[in-house]
Ligand binder design. Structure first.
Ligand SMILES: *Cc1c(COP(=O)(O)O)cnc(C)c1O
Length: 362
């Protein structure tokens, strides 16, 4: 199968084989070495001066870690949402009692940093800004560096969902002066689902000391304390750590520049091919089109479900569908993690063929 959904993504055989290794004592010296190497790898990719924490959960669990460890019920936060994952982050904050002010764009658009700056100026009580780096549902990447500068100038916390960007496109947490940044193992990391990664700045740790939202399993301070002894507070998803350890060998061999360039090049190729088929991209402004996932409108009158079914059953290509209000209207092609240009070309060949056939029978 050519699995082209934007996560979980295909994993290299070596990474899968590493995950099949025998269990060991999760508080013993052997696992401590693995946890050290994996954490070093995370620090390298995040560009973090301190140890990035890992939690046994999916990306959404990582987002919950970010919220409950830095905020208190009643805290006013600005949710910047450009799609369904932005909405999810907002829901988590609401669920735990944050007083959420919303800034939502039309889906397909990126957030405007000047709007965020104005909202922060108008309301000094806003304590934190929640923002998605790469909105996987619409294939749009927010201008995070610019947004972060505006938030920083006004001295609020910036909490970032980088689940589908970190390790695929640049998101250097220290250089961009971000506060809380979350990713998950099943996206660009080339590893199965099961681990979420959370960076916290000094400002985020200061907020943590005051934060009153309830937490037990997802307690960042407890997790940091355990990590100092090269342990997890609870039994972690050890097999996923084994796989991460192997994945870092591959990531380091390619190097960050190489990884970023591969994503950039193949994303540009994907967009050009899609446009040459007469199809329209979901991102309104191509400048903000994502380098990890391309979202495309199906033409009017196309049965999206039938197309995806044929792609999967007849050609072995699994396309991503639309989420929420985009269901049945768009398809998405993931190009993140472990892929080559030929995988994407094959998926696009299939889309082209199905569209040509649909036109012929229309
Ligand atoms: C995949 C993803 C998530 C997390 O989803 P899980 O299914 O919980 O791993 C969060 N945000 C974005 C932008 C994502 O792409």
């Amino acid at each position: 199968m050519n699995l082209r959904i934007p996560g979980p993504t295909p994993c290299p055989e070596d990474v899968l084989a590493a995950g099949a290794a025998q269990m060991m004592n999760h508080r013993g010296p052997e696992f401590a070495q693995i946890l050290r190497r994996v954490t070093d790898g995370l620090n390298w990719v995040f560009g973090s001066p301190t140890d990035v924490l890992s939690f046994t959960t999916s990306g959404t669990g990582g987002l919950e870690v970010a919220i409950v460890n830095t905020l208190s019920p009643g805290d006013r936060v600005l949710s910047v949402s450009i799609g369904s994952f932005g909405d999810r982050l907002k829901s988590i904050a609401r669920t735990y009692g944050a007083d959420v002010v919303g800034y939502a764009t039309e889906w397909g658009e990126a957030a405007d940093a000047t709007v965020i700056a104005k909202m922060l100026d108008d309301d000094p009580s806003i304590k934190a800004v929640l923002v998605t780096h790469n909105e996987t549902s619409t294939g749009v990447t927010n201008p995070l560096e610019v947004i972060a500068k505006e938030v920083r100038k006004r001295d609020r916390l910036i909490i970032v969902d980088a689940v589908s960007s970190m390790s695929s496109i640049p998101c250097p947490v220290e250089r961009w002066d971000l506060d809380v940044v979350v990713s998950g193992s099943q996206k660009g990391w080339m590893v199965p689902p099961g681990l979420a990664f959370v960076y916290m700045s000094e400002r985020a740790w200061a907020a943590n000391a005051e934060a009153k939202m309830p937490r037990f399993y997802f307690d960042a301070a407890k997790t940091r304390e355990s990590l100092a002894k090269l342990q997890n507070p609870w039994t972690p998803a050890m097999s996923i750590y084994y796989s991460m350890d192997k994945a870092f060998e591959l990531l380091r061999a390619e190097g960050l520049e190489g990884i970023f360039t591969r994503h950039e090049d193949v994303a540009a190729y994907t967009r050009e091919r899609v446009k040459s088929l007469g199809l329209k991209l979901v991102p309104v402004n191509e400048q903000f089109a994502s380098n990890t996932v391309t979202a495309v409108w199906w033409p009017e009158g196309i049965d999206a479900k039938a197309m995806s079914k044929r792609a999967r059953e007849e050609f072995g290509v699994v396309l991503g569908g639309g989420q929420g209000k985009l269901e049945g209207k768009i398809f998405r092609i993931g190009h993140l993690g472990w892929f080559q240009k030929s995988d994407i070309a094959e998926a696009l060949d299939v889309v082209e063929r199905l569209l040509t056939e649909a036109k012929a029978t229309a």
